[in-house]
Design a protein around this ligand. Sequence first.
Ligand SMILES: [Fe+2]
Ligand SMILES: [Fe+2]
Length: 310
Amino acid sequence: MSPLKLDYPVLTLDGQQLLPTGAELTEETLGEVIANNKVTSEPLYPLLNHGNVRLDLHEFMNCYPYEVIFAARDRTTEVLDLMEQAHLHPDILESLDYFKKVDFYTYRHIMIVYALSTLLAQDLLPDHRELLNGVMAGPTHDFGKICVPLQVLKKIDPLARTELLMLEHHAPAGFVLLSYYFRDNQHDAARVARDHHERNDSSGYPTGTHLNDRMVEIVAAVDIYDALISPRPYRPTAYDNRTALEELAEQARQGIISRDAVQALVACNRSDKPHSRDCTVSSEIRGIPPADNRYGLFANEDADSEHGTG
Ligand SMILES: [Fe+2]
Ligand SMILES: [Fe+2]
């Protein structure tokens, strides 16, 4: 398969260009990007101690429907203990300040996807080392959005094709940026950033490859879930929780996203908190998507192509 090619340049938050438009993401190119990161001993800082992150996170976890999801105290304490393990480069932490200031939706989304993907990973990744590595990937999955113009990130009207390309650039951009900062293009965080919009039936982006990676599948499912239940500029009324879960269950049935991840998501939404393997997912469709839903619409085109912006 030919290597992934960049449609736009990849720049750090302070404007340093890591790769230009048209660069192919080969091992050689990525090796050069990593070699350009001359600072090998820069200390990493705990994410939850950064600014008001811990307070903000607690606030987000206490909002509907997350207060139900995180109602089991013991499990939530374990999740928070795991989240304490995330130590990040100061430039990545700075991106959280940037999003909090200019695009609060993305800031909240990143934090809550981090918490929920950690909760699901606890269920689905029994190997502790895999779990520890995986949870590092949650808070950085949309890091590449620093390379997307704000007018595209926050646009109210349906995106034009070129704007959609700009938005989709966040996946390869995040991969390049995280390879650079972690000095490793195999790092879980880099892989999750690149692949969290890929799908199990190869219908995703940026490459349309068949997704088969548990941590990426977890983040992908959580990412869609949070996008559906949150009011967005292009869809002022969010999906209600039941309808969002039904939509995810339907996507799992169609082989688009991971059944295990959806099962775990449904389980943590139940008040009795069964283990995901003991939870059955109903195939009944009772909810109705919001009437003003414009999710997946392109300007001047029919809604024939679903895309998520999470
Ligand atoms: Fe996302
Ligand atoms: Fe994304």
